[in-house]
Design a protein around this ligand. Structure first.
Ligand code: OSB
Ligand code: MG
Length: 369
């Protein structure tokens, strides 16, 4: 496939409600989109970096700069590319998995549209719909949290994930368990807010029968997670720490996790995400698909990935209206607590050009010759 150039497009997507985590509060998603022009087809990619480097070291301006200055010129110099070639071409540039993923995703979309194959078909999806969980932010009060969880359960979400931090952990978990009973699937996500010194405290979550605790300790503290896993009955799941298939293999070997959250943007692409899935499957480690408040574009790709056989837990693959009043694609909706895997070629979703134009704050065309 020969690429004529790529467009960087910045869009501003107001969230339906503020989303608070242990690292900050998001009210509007600042998204960098990548469009590759491959002549016979175009392809779209979504960069999941956030405006500030609070979840990981990447941020939107930095991702745009990396693409503009290094990734696009490297691609322009290649005679022909597909998604596999893209990964090889980007390999010498250290880090920046989210920037790389956005370009890889756009190239893969274009390539699959030309081939008439869906993302799910390409990745190895074995389901036509995937169970949807929902990630519930930190609230000011417990009654507010209970009202939010009640709404999501009424909508049909099959699993609730509570964001936690020191001072907002035992109490909200206890309240949600008491109010909604032992049968709801419940888990928590700390986004690195604790240290190993909190191990005894975190073990007090054990009586609440959580599916898992996600990333309690810092990204580089694999040994700490392994120690924590010895004193907690609740399974430890890693998000931030899993930066590649090799990192997943290491974490599993060290006993640092017994569940893995897979986010393509965090591991450098959909091809690497599939390798993480494969490594986990080979080790009998269940995985689920994380989310980064994606638009319909990133959501389409994530839902396809979540349809692979090792994704045995509901993901943060919520319906579009959990995030946005109006998305830039046709909305993903909940059917029986599930989200349908697109089957049309490429991402299998079309851009709503009027919505996209409305939300656009900047565009930049990078010609390849
Ligand atoms: O840690 O999983 C996370 C959102 C932004 C950054 C990090 C995380 C999240 C979420 C929301 O939990 C997942 C989603 O619904 O997209
Ligand atoms: Mg997380």
């Amino acid at each position: 496939m020969k690429i004529a150039g790529i467009e960087l497009r910045r869009i501003a997507m107001p969230l339906v409600a503020p989303f608070r985590t242990s690292f900050g509060t998001e009210t509007e998603r600042d998204v960098l989109l990548v469009r590759v022009d491959a002549g016979d087809a175009e392809g779209w990619g979504e960069c999941v970096a956030m405006s500030e480097p609070l979840y990981s070291y990447e941020h939107v301006d930095g991702a745009a700069e990396l693409i503009r200055r290094f990734l696009a010129p490297a691609l322009a110099a290649a005679p022909a590319v597909d998604a596999y070639a893209v990964d090889e071409i980007f390999q010498p540039y250290k880090g920046h998995p989210m920037a790389k993923t956005a370009v890889e995703m756009a190239v893969l979309d274009a390539q699959l549209r030309i081939a008439g194959m869906s993302f799910g078909g390409f990745l190895g999806a074995v389901r036509d719909r995937v169970p949807a969980g929902v990630s519930v932010g930190i609230m000011d009060t417990v009654p507010q949290l209970l009202a939010a969880v009640e709404g999501y359960l009424a909508a049909g979400y099959l699993r609730i994930k509570l964001k936690i931090e020191p001072g907002w952990d035992l109490e909200p978990v206890r309240a949600v368990r008491e109010r909604f009973g032992p049968d709801i699937l419940l888990q928590v996500d700390a986004n690195t807010a604790y240290t190993l010194a909190d191990a005894r405290h975190l073990a007090r979550l054990d009586p609440y029968d959580l599916l898992l605790i996600e990333q309690p300790l810092p990204e580089d503290d694999l040994r700490g997670h392994a120690e924590l896993a010895k004193v907690m009955r609740t399974p430890v799941c890693l998000d931030e720490s899993i930066t590649s298939a090799r990192a997943a293999a290491d974490a599993i070997a060290l006993g640092a996790c017994s569940v893995v959250n897979i986010k393509p943007g965090r591991v450098g692409g959909y091809l690497e995400a599939r390798r993480v899935h494969d490594v986990c499957a080979a080790n009998g480690v269940p995985v689920w698909c994380g989310g980064m408040l994606e638009t319909g574009l990133g959501r389409a790709a994530n839902v396809a990935l979540a349809a692979l056989p090792g994704f045995v837990l509901p993901g943060d693959t919520s319906a579009s209206d959990r995030y946005y009043r109006a998305d830039i694609t046709a909305p993903f909706v909940l059917e029986d607590g599930h989200v349908r895997v697109p089957t049309a070629a490429g991402l299998g979703v079309e851009i709503d050009t009027a919505q996209l134009a409305d939300r656009t704050t900047a565009t930049e065309w990078i010609p390849f010759s």
